[in-house]
Design a protein around this ligand. Sequence first.
Ligand SMILES: C[S@@+](CC[C@H](N)C(=O)[O-])C[C@H]1O[C@@H](n2cnc3c(N)ncnc32)[C@H](O)[C@@H]1O
Length: 226
Amino acid sequence: MCKSYYLDPASAEAAASLEIRPGMQVLDMCAAPGGKAVALLQSFLNTSPNESINLTLNERSASRRARLQRVLSDSVPSWSRSPIRVTSHDARKWGLHEQNVYDVILLDTPCSSERHLIQEPKTLRDWSPKRSVRLALDAYAMLAAALTAVRPGGVVLYLTCALSPLENDGVIAKALQRRGDEFKGLSPPELSGSEPSQYGCIVLPDRAAGHGPLFAARLQKHAGEE
Ligand SMILES: C[S@@+](CC[C@H](N)C(=O)[O-])C[C@H]1O[C@@H](n2cnc3c(N)ncnc32)[C@H](O)[C@@H]1O
């Protein structure tokens, strides 16, 4: 029997919004511990129980990858037919190895995660404004890699659990400025209690029954480059 995996409702909705169809190539670039991967697979299985997708789950940290493997064996139903490949690459360099491959890429970046800052004194002590600047730089490098790896017409869903505008709309603004000719912005997923931001939407706990924080933006690579 599968174990339940508790996930913030905003994150679960975002993963389920991906509209995964049978046969798709799907990449979760920063996958551990695996909550959103399980949510997207479960939402696919609800609509297409006898079908499969090709799911690649990437995580650079070995210890977090081990946790991801445990979550997969505990929470993915044994009857799922979807092959799952777990990889260990640096997401910032993904585009060097694979270009124009994936139908859908979920990019849930490492971020300031202010909820953890409040809950964990050590994390708060380690935080500084410079950290947010560095995280935003890394997030942009990952988004650029995702835009290279997604196939023409494919979709990248960019997520953070940060409040910092630098790590949210700031990253999308930079992508539009530098690579705006390659892709277009799409309307963000409809998440309960979300409010619009400049390029996406944000779920704020004080206005969404404690859910979030979660920032989401959707980008689609222009078709016809193949
Ligand atoms: C926000 S967490 C992902 C949460 C996950 N999507 C989930 O729903 O459970 C970000 C993950 O990215 C990983 N990470 C950080 N830098 C990375 C990089 N350069 N390449 C790949 N993974 C990275 C972190 O170890 C962390 O596990």
